[in-house]
Design a protein around this ligand. Structure first.
Ligand code: FES
Length: 74
């Protein structure tokens, strides 16, 4: 995942989301298929109701793909 020291704050609508796990996507934090050949796969998350989510941008969260605040220690 890319090195960024803050999460992506997103207002998500219900549906299945694929968040990038390899950091190569041209559409971060979403998967754009760029992981092919890396052995990594996107995080699949089902959003059941409209809500705000914080997706980790630093790659160090222990609860990926979500931010757990670890970025504040970097
Ligand atoms: S952005 Fe990675 S833990 Fe917050």
């Amino acid at each position: 995942m890319e090195q960024r020291k803050q999460p992506y704050i997103l207002q998500e609508e219900p549906g299945v989301k694929y968040y990038c796990a390899c950091g190569l996507s041209g559409n971060l934090p979403y998967c754009d298929g760029s992981h092919k050949g890396t052995g990594k796969h996107p995080f699949k998350v089902e959003i059941e109701e409209p809500k705000t989510v914080a997706i980790c941008g630093c790659g160090q969260s222990k609860n990926l793909p979500f931010c757990d605040g670890t970025h504040t220690t970097l």
